[in-house]
Ligand binder design. Structure first.
Ligand code: NDP
Length: 276
């Protein structure tokens, strides 16, 4: 029998680590599947996804700039995807319908708590950015009962709007970067895309509490500018999002295959490949 087909769609996509991660999961769990990376511009998303599923494809991951389109594409969605407005995982169901889910948030929380030993309960937490990634991580963070959650964004209206969308789930506030002066946080999560261009959001001094943590959703073969910022500002740990990438992939793999892969060896393997 031919292996079941999966793929990640995005643009750009050539540096995606997802095919390697899913290959390692498949080997580890003895699952027979094929997982490829395809460059799909937003204008071609719907037709390409239709063709993929019509030709027998079983599931898709969607990344920049397709998560909002994937949200619209799904026939039905999990609660966490519904609220986030972004879908990173599409799964063909037995009845032929397409389920949309968002595994980014659970991937982040699992990486923070299980792989880095960083608990979120009663912490003062700051999220930088109010884009698609930020939308996906707010609900799972609120579920851990932080003392306070603040969302700061360059476009202030977007941060305020996000805080309103999620206000039914907990107490959170939205603001601009200027409003951060004089405040301190135990955990600062960078969910902006600044690291991809070698930039940093404008962060005031003393923003990180003593012994606090920094987490950059972005990842690269070198420490990102935000990881550097954390280290320079006395972070007890300042890490990038490779672990989140592996954990969100593990959750997608579970949705598709109903088998949960172990992530520790896969993270170690991906880390050794980039020499960090
Ligand atoms: P979006 O394009 O949806 O959002 C980008 C965000 O970055 C916006 O809040 C934007 O602010 C902000 N931003 C961009 N440039 C600047 C700047 N120069 N100064 C200040 N803020 C800026 O991107 P996503 O939310 O989809 O992705 C964000 C990051 O998260 C990316 O680096 C992505 O790779 C990473 N990611 C990692 C995952 C993982 O598994 N590790 C999973 C998902 C995402 P404004 O609203 O003002 O434009």
């Amino acid at each position: 029998t031919t292996p079941d087909r999966y793929a990640v769609f995005g643009d750009p996509i050539s540096h995606s680590k997802s095919p390697k991660i899913h290959q390692l999961f498949a080997e580890q769990t003895g699952q027979s599947l094929q997982y490829t990376a395809e460059r799909v511009p937003a204008t071609q998303f719907t037709t390409t996804a239709n063709t993929f599923f019509a030709e027998g494809g079983k599931g898709l991951n969607c990344t920049i700039p397709l998560k909002e389109l994937a949200w619209k594409y799904a026939d039905h969605k999990t609660q966490r995807a519904q609220l986030s407005g972004a879908v990173n995982t599409l799964a063909l169901q037995a009845d032929g319908s397409i389920l949309g889910d968002n595994t980014d948030g659970i991937g982040l929380v699992t990486d923070l708590m299980h792989n880095h030993g960083i608990t979120l309960k009663d912490r003062n937490i700051l999220i930088l950015g109010a884009g698609g990634a930020s939308r996906g991580i707010i609900e799972p963070i609120l579920e851990q009962s932080p003392q306070r959650l603040v969302i700061a964004n360059r476009t202030v209206d977007k941060a305020i709007e996000l805080a309103q969308v999620f206000s039914q789930l907990g107490t959170l506030t939205g603001c601009g970067y200027d409003a951060l002066s004089g405040q301190q946080f135990d955990l600062i999560i960078n969910a902006t895309s600044t690291s991809l261009t070698g930039d940093l959001p404008p962060l005031p001094d003393q923003l990180l509490a003593k012994g606090g943590y920094c987490y950059d959703l972005a990842y690269s073969n070198q420490p990102t500018p935000f990881v550097h910022w954390g280290l320079a500002n006395g972070a007890a740990k300042s890490v990038d999002g490779l672990g989140m990438l592996v954990e969100q992939a593990a959750e997608a793999f579970y949705i598709w295959r109903k088998v949960r892969p172990a992530t520790e060896t896969v993270i170690a393997s991906m880390n050794s490949q980039r020499g960090l």
